[in-house]
Design a protein around this ligand. Sequence first.
Ligand code: AMP
Ligand code: ZN
Length: 488
Amino acid sequence: MTDSPLTLFNSLTRQPEEFRPINAGEARVYTCGPTVYNYQHIGNMRAYVFADTLGRVLSWKGYDLTHIINITDVGHLTSDADAGDDKMEKAASESGRSAWDIAKYYTDAYWRDIERLNIRQPAKWSIATEHVEQMIDFAKSIADKHCYELDSGLYFDTSTVPDYGRLARAATDEGESRIDPVEGKRQQTDFAIWRKTPEGETRQMEWESPWGRGAPGWHLECSVMSKMYLGETFDIHTGGIDHREIHHPNEIAQNQAHSCSADTGANIWMHNNFLVDRAKDGKSSKMSKSAGEFLTLQVLVDKGVHPLAYRLMCLQAHYRSELEFTFENLLAVLTRLKRIVMVKEQLNDDAHGHSPENRNEIPSEVQAFIDHFDEAISDDLNTPKALTVIDELADQKQIWAGHRLMGLFEIDKVLGLGLNGLARSSLRIRPASAEITEGEIEHQLDLRAEAKLNKNFPAADAIRNELVAKGVEIMDGDPLRWEWRIEP
Ligand code: AMP
Ligand code: ZN
């Protein structure tokens, strides 16, 4: 257990609040997960790096964490409000594959990225289509008092709960504007609890219900699954800031209807800001699947960038700030990660040959740095500040290297860079477009070193030019000793 009190920004009250768990020693967290009709882009993945960092901090501070992330494989329309087609059905009809196949394919792709970003497994991945029965039960329990039926489905009357939209009022204008295509809705903000399949049609994903054959509205799943796995009221609910506008206010309304109280269902609602792209006109905008280059983690890897460099990029910004993505920034972060790994390897080397008596304990001089780290991370997860402790700690030459290394590994439990298992060689990734293998490069470099040794400079230059022509940049005298890099 570490000592600094943990303060988290609550979007609901719009202020930082000390984390006080509902059950002493426990932390129950729910994170809105992906809609699996397509790959997640790196902006989406920022939301999970944030939720993972929160989870790691809670565990590190000694709380017994139960973290649930859902997989949305039904119900999410192309607009977060009740407009457009179901994203899953639309992807199915466009690709000629079944909605179920699509869900499986993109869930697997998402899980691969989760692993590559060193995001810890939650207690459970709760899958929406596996909980439809419970969703129907939940809807039945609130239907009489809070819902009304139209030809298109069962709708939630947002005037029946206290202070509807309180969370959204904290939002700026990032969310999408509300569109109201459904005839007969009492309030523009009312939303679908159940969408009936139109007469004469069949959907790939549909179930029988008291309101006819159809599918649940998107917001229902999170109220149902969070309560099922975490209890009626739990500690923290997270998501991207677009969820402050529609999805989370609607979850809150459902929760209030269900508990017949003003309780929003979670004590703290937390939202990560967007990863943004800078367009050619110089303006920044939210990275999305529909605009600009579709950047997945795989695209970064194909360009020769290790996925954990993207994790470090996320940590370099505070989760409540926008983060602008450029490749130049990412390459700079990759260099920082390489430096950190070199520091680790150096400490490891330096630790050998000398072994103090208290070799297995973290001494107070190192603990002082861990405490600084704790202070920063406990201040609403100030990861950019917390990261500076790495260099500060590494620089303490008077402290035995082995102890500095222990300190580094201790703070990495929170940062999640996986430093223990990360070698310099694992950070060198061959871009997908490279015309040459690593073995060939190493061989050419050996020949070049030999030529230089024999003072045969024309031969050495010829090898260099040949490598450059194949996209290999040789970094003679590279202070990081990385020696070569393939240009993406
Ligand atoms: P979706 O798959 O669209 O349901 O989104 C998954 C998660 O990514 C949600 O928590 C969104 O709020 C979040 N998100 C979407 N776009 C971005 C972005 N550009 N930057 C950060 N988070 C995002
Ligand atoms: Zn949700």
